[in-house]
Design a protein around this ligand. Structure first.
Ligand code: SF4
Length: 447
């Protein structure tokens, strides 16, 4: 197979969450092993792969739009394949409705790419979308196409929660965890490539469970083992589920210096009625208790969240309850969305998407405005503080500045100095902020 694809180039574009960016690295490894070379110039590519996201309708619309642009800039014999969540969700529909596409491959079928591409070069279209109960890509070391000092590691795949609005269980399948030995091996390789920070990812990391004989490794145990085995690495993780995050996980964060004091805990709504309709399996009281416990054990912990507004049946009262709980918690940061109906989900089949777009937009705007206030308040608390910053690279806005991250995972911008480079630590005095970005200067003084 190697000889067949030798001298051929592939280009890959990635949309969506960290899991997709991680999967792109798995796909790059598989393509390299087959003999393909990666190119960042779409016009030099013999094969174009689009790693897609299905989480919201506008994510899919964006990809369809992108395919129309691609059509006009590539050679007629270039092969285009759709991989990722949209491939899994729309399957043959993509092949039938868009003549540009030669193959679709779902997130659990990347090891079939050699066969798929062999067919594609022989002008045979194919659809490969079988979800697996075991695939974790244990045997593949991901290959990054970007130069970064951080890297993602997927520790589990899929989700068993079946929240009524969510398409993930249908595009990513059932939960399965990666063998800790494979995870350690992957980290060893990353260390040899000078990676300084790892982000453990999974649709619900708190569900991580690896069983061998009578031994069980759960998420807190895995996290603790990684932190102790690799003390030189900075570690963080996402995404947690409020119903599954244990006190042990919180103690593990608190007890290990190299785990960032940062937790992303999606609340989705402040109304128990809506949480129940979403089948989130926790109520606002439990959520508040969890936040209280985190702040008690890790007083300097930053907490971000996801909020979805305009879910089926959401009234003005439910919306006010969301604003109320936001006011109580004052999250450091939030990802805020309006509900969009996803075909195939329980909500799409059994509930009524009864709010107009303008009602959803108004509520979303109120949520965004309130969160902006909280974000600024939380950012202002860093003014005058000294932070130990891991330098990530050059700031996108100015060649003269570095960007790095502090212990609470805040982005920090500061002027460059000689003899400093990405991967080094530096002491920065925070002087100002813009939204949730902190701005400072390198200082010799310590806190
Ligand atoms: S926990 Fe719920 S929202 Fe998150 S991926 Fe699973 S089903 Fe989707």
């Amino acid at each position: 197979m190697n000889e067949y694809f030798k001298e051929k180039n592939f280009y890959i574009e990635t949309y969506g969450c960290q899991m997709n960016f991680y999967d792109t690295e798995i796909v790059v490894s598989i393509m390299n092993k087959m003999g393909f070379n990666y190119t960042n110039n779409i016009q030099y590519a013999n094969v174009i792969l689009i790693n897609t996201c299905s989480i919201r309708q506008n994510a899919e619309d964006l990809i369809i739009k992108r395919l129309n642009t691609i059509k006009n800039i590539i050679h007629s014999d270039t092969i285009v394949g759709i991989i990722g969540c949209m491939a899994e969700r729309l399957k043959h529909k993509l092949l039938n409705e868009n003549e540009l596409i030669t193959f679709v491959v779902g997130p659990d079928s990347y090891e079939e790419l050699p066969e798929v591409l062999f067919k594609a070069f022989n002008k045979i279209k194919s659809c490969n979308v079988t979800l697996s109960r075991t695939q974790t890509y244990d045997n593949i070391i991901p290959t990054s196409i970007n130069k970064n000092i951080y890297s993602y590691i997927s520790i589990m795949r899929g989700c068993d929660n079946m929240c009524t609005f969510c398409v993930v269980p249908f595009t990513r399948g059932r939960e399965r965890s990666k063998n800790p030995v494979s995870i350690f091996k992957e980290i060893d390789v990353l260390l040899s490539k000078n990676i300084k920070k790892i982000i453990l990812i999974g649709q619900n990391v708190d569900s991580y469970k690896w069983k061998k004989n009578n031994d069980v490794v759960d998420f807190s145990c895995l996290l603790d083992q990684i932190a102790k085995k690799f003390p030189e690495l900075i570690i963080t993780f996402t995404t947690s589920h409020p119903k599954d995050m244990t006190e042990d996980v919180i103690y593990t964060i608190s007890n290990n210096k190299n785990i960032l004091k940062y937790i992303h805990l999606p609340i989705q709504s402040g109304s128990n009625k809506i949480l129940n309709l979403m089948k989130r399996k926790y109520d606002t009281e439990t959520f508040l208790q969890k936040i209280h416990f985190i702040r008690q054990i890790i007083p300097n912990c930053s907490i971000s969240t996801d909020i979805m507004t305009g879910f089926c049946g959401e009234t003005e009262k439910d919306h006010s309850e969301t604003l109320n709980i936001m006011e109580k918690i004052k999250f450091n940061f939030a990802y805020m969305f309006k509900y969009s109906n996803r075909e195939g989900t329980y909500a799409s089949k059994k509930m009524q998407d009864n709010l107009s777009d303008s009602e959803k937009n108004n509520r979303l705007q109120e949520i965004i405005e309130l969160q902006k206030k909280h974000t600024l308040l939380r950012s202002s608390q860093f003014i005058g503080k000294y932070c130990n910053i891991l330098i990530n690279g050059r700031s996108k806005k100015s060649n003269k500045d570095f960007v790095g991250f502090n212990e609470q995972n805040y982005k920090v911008i500061f002027p460059k100095k000689d003899n400093l480079y990405p991967g080094k630590y530096v002491n920065v005095l925070i002087q100002s902020y813009s939204h949730n970005t902190l701005i400072g200067k390198i200082s010799d003084e310590k806190r």
